[in-house]
Design a protein around this ligand. Structure first.
Ligand code: DON
Length: 430
């Protein structure tokens, strides 16, 4: 059946096959040598199944798509406070290679423009440029689920012609943003930009971000959810440079482009997309990659602000198995908004009941905010002279706080029938 999706992706890609707008990046001479017709698309589901279409296995250099990953590595290794002290998170609305810092803070405005990306390299702690690059190479490879290798020609070409980046790095050094030798930092930056990837690699890297840092192919946790959230946030606001606003409103996928022709786009929790087409618009974004992302987002409903299931759905049913006893059945994912509604529903029903039984046995996922709210609700009901019980066979509402754990265990049951039995015994003994 997966051919249905495959056929759809092939059809959409073919529709743009003939588009030849845009130019090859030629400010890095080696990039002007690639075949302008290359065009690939890959989509990885959250469980790691990858669809590929066209030149999805063709290698090209990652270029600026490296930036979110080095930023994530810097966050991992140096911590958010140290990174924030050197790199902002504000959209710049500027070109990727602007020689600029924030006029007040004297920090690069964000890690997606070259200034911020070069600063991020220097925030990966290492004793030498080689060691730093090895950390970066290993980290990207873990996201991709295979070893990524250097394109030596592109590296040499970029290094030989990188005056703009040299200007940026020396400016950063003069503002105290770089502690290390600017040329050493740049050398690692050129190497990270010259790592070779395919559209399939990009889809897998994106899927690892979509899965909050767990690579769905290898099952390995590459980074944690906090780092991913921060990284995706700057991709949303700054990933497509001065085109970021249009991108967010029309495509609505955290994304990053590179002058090698790639685009990586993430639908958090759901999927990752990788595209390749080396003809670029004047902002340095791949023309056909952007067309593909736009089209897929529109037709497949991938905008990250599309609400798929609203939180009213948390309360599934409510019924009275015997007088004075009311069971509240919940389902789906229980996060703060759902928990808040459950509490209000129970509160409204409170005057007509003696016993509230909250059934969370159909809840898929719960977060600590919802758990705290439920712990507070039990105490509140008892204070009002009501009895309250939980049907929680898997212990998903178990409070983290050991002090209130015993209270929770005392009112927890495996089935609604057990809880109703306890409720009637409780009422009788009053
Ligand atoms: O620093 C540079 O100019 C390149 N290595 C990367 C630029 C890039 O990919 C910009 N993205 N669209």
């Amino acid at each position: 059946m997966s051919h249905l999706v495959q056929n759809y992706l092939d059809r959409v890609r073919l529709e743009y096959q003939a588009v030849d707008d845009g130019e090859l990046a030629d400010y890095i001479p080696e990039l002007a040598q690639v075949d302008p017709a290359g065009f690939g698309l890959a989509l990885s589901s959250a469980d790691g199944y990858v669809y590929q279409s066209g030149d999805a296995a063709r290698e090209f250099t990652i270029q600026s798509i490296s930036k979110p990953f080095t930023y994530a590595l810097a966050l991992d290794r140096s911590g958010a406070a140290a990174v924030d002290a050197r790199i902002g998170v504000e959209p710049s609305g500027e070109a990727f290679n602007q020689i600029s810092v924030d006029p007040d803070t004297k920090r690069p405005k964000n890690p997606m423009i070259n200034a911020g990306a070069i600063a991020a390299v220097s925030l990966v702690p290492a004793d030498s440029a080689d060691e730093r690059f090895a950390l970066i190479q290993d980290y990207y490879s873990a996201f991709a689920g295979r070893r990524l290798e250097l394109d030596h020609d592109v590296y040499a070409s970029e290094k030989a012609t990188g005056n703009r980046n040299r200007a940026i790095a020396y400016m950063l050094a003069s503002f105290g943003v770089l502690d290390d030798d600017p040329d050493q930092v740049l050398d690692v930056y050129y190497r990270q930009c010259s790592l070779k990837v395919t559209a399939v690699d990009l889809a897998r890297m994106a899927a690892t971000l979509a899965r909050s840092g767990v690579n769905p192919l290898t099952g390995r946790r590459v980074t944690d959810a906090t780092v991913v959230r921060r990284t995706l946030s700057v991709m949303v606001t700054c990933g497509m440079y001065d085109g970021a606003g249009d991108w967010v409103s029309e495509v609505g996928l955290p994304a990053k482009s590179g002058v090698g022709g790639g685009v990586l786009a993430v639908l958090p929790g759901q999927l990752g997309i990788g595209t390749y087409s080396p003809l670029l618009d004047p902002k340095g974004n791949s023309v056909r990659s952007m067309m593909l992302c736009r089209r897929l987002s529109e037709e497949l409903g991938l905008h990250f602000l599309t609400v798929s299931r609203d939180s009213r759905a948390t309360m599934r049913a409510s019924y009275e198995p015997c007088p004075g006893v009311r069971v509240f059945e919940t389902h789906g994912d229980l996060l703060f908004p759902g928990a808040e509604q459950v509490v209000r529903t129970i509160e409204r029903a409170c005057s007509d009941l003696d016993v509230a039984i909250l059934d969370v046995s159909r809840i898929d996922d719960i977060d600590s905010a919802a758990r705290r709210i439920f712990a507070g609700m039990g105490a509140e009901l008892r204070a009002q002279g009501k009895l309250s019980y939980l049907v929680d066979p898997d212990g998903i509402v178990a409070p983290d706080d050991a002090a209130i754990r015993a209270e929770y265990e005392a009112i927890r049951f495996r089935t609604v029938e057990d809880a109703v039995e306890a409720a009637t015994a409780g009422l009788r003994s009053r």
